[in-house]
Design a protein around this ligand. Structure first.
Ligand code: ATP
Ligand code: MG
Length: 332
């Protein structure tokens, strides 16, 4: 309320009221024009005052708008750190400049995040491609038997599969930040969890891991079914990858107040305390993972997806005892 006199709306309304008042006076004077000695001069004077006030008001408003648009034009994707500092007023134009600066802050942050992400991806992809190339170079150094060539090609296919899978994860992560809201649909989370549990059983066969599930039926939620499925699968995949032979995995889903609560628990190698705070970071891999293939993207993707669903993911883990991932997803 205290700044009402400084707003453009007030100034324009003030000018408009003033013009009406002058018009009133003008009409009265016209009616009695012959009765006053200086009536003509008075009318001319009133018009001049009105014209000057109008000119000043319009000039000041358009000047600040032109200036603001000039400043906006100076900002490109390369100068996102620039801000509009010369417009300080608290009127609508000042507020527009402030909102524009806030928009720049958000864009700048997003751009930096993207840049960092691309740098991380490039860094991650460089090593496997360099390895592949050097193994080809070594192969070409001398003549080899057919068997040797076969083996090298087979190894290379495995390596390219790894690169493809990392790239898929990268794309997943990149897309997970720009969901199309229109694709949000109501689906049966219990059904999805049952599917996940079946996949877990198949994945666990090789290591003879037992999968125990307890899934409450008919829990419906709104979201992206496929994407959430992949997010959950990443956590299940970890539970199996980081468990030893004949381990046990528990998968459960219950409804708690207005949340669906998912728990994925394993009795595998567990996570060191100092590693816990990093496991959701992109490309982070724990120290005890040399023998297990991965890019360190699984949990980053899961977390981003769960957050798109306004959910929360938490982890409790003890080295050599096991890990428990809990995910709470709001149902309304
Ligand atoms: N259930 C688990 N038990 C033990 N350690 C885990 C578990 N889940 C995650 N971790 C640790 O967290 C790290 C990050 O996990 P994340 O799933 O993001 O990457 P990754 O499994 O190494 O690779 P990717 O999932 O991309 O194939 C892992 O490298 C591992 O050290
Ligand atoms: Mg993983």
């Amino acid at each position: 309320m205290k700044n009402i006199f400084q707003t453009l709306r007030f100034r324009l309304l003030f000018w408009y009221t003033l013009s009406l008042a002058f018009l009133g006076v003008f009409i009265i004077l016209t009616i009695h024009i012959l009765q006053y000695k200086y009536s003509v001069q008075l009318i001319i004077g009133l018009f001049i005052i009105l014209a000057i006030v109008g000119f000043v008001v319009v000039y000041r408003i358009t000047r600040s708008i032109t200036f603001l648009s000039y400043q906006m034009r100076q900002i490109s994707s390369k100068t996102l750190d620039k801000r509009i500092t010369s417009i300080k007023g608290s009127d609508e134009i000042g507020q527009l400049a402030k909102s524009f600066n806030e928009l720049l802050n958000r864009l700048d942050k997003a751009f930096n995040r993207e840049r960092q992400f691309i740098a991380d991806v490039a860094h991650e992809m460089k090593t496997p491609i360099a390895t592949l190339r050097s193994s080809f170079e070594v192969t070409l150094h001398k003549a080899r038997t057919n068997e040797e060539y076969k083996k090298i090609i087979k190894d290379s296919i495995i390596e390219t599969d790894r690169i493809t899978s990392t790239l898929k994860d990268v794309l997943d992560l990149a897309w997970s930040e720009v969901p199309n809201e229109n694709l949000r649909k109501v689906f049966d989370l219990s059904e999805l969890m049952n599917e996940m549990s079946e996949i877990a059983q198949k994945l666990a066969l090789k290591k003879q891991i037992i999968v125990i599930n307890s899934i409450t039926s008919h829990i419906q939620m709104l979201g992206f079914r496929k994407r959430l499925g992949r997010a959950l699968l990443n956590i299940i995949d970890n539970a199996i990858k980081y468990s030893s032979f004949k381990g046990k995995i528990y998968i459960s889903l219950i409804k708690e107040y207005n949340n669906a609560l998912i728990i994925i628990k394993d009795n595998g190698q567990g996570i060191e305390e100092e590693e816990l705070e990093h496991i959701f970071d992109r490309f982070y891999r724990g120290a005890k993972t040399d023998k297990v293939f991965g890019a360190g993207l699984g949990l980053a993707i899961s977390k981003a997806t769960i957050e798109i669903h306004r959910g929360v993911i938490q982890v409790k883990s003890k080295s050599k005892i096991g890990s428990t991932f809990s995910i709470a997803l709001p149902l309304t």
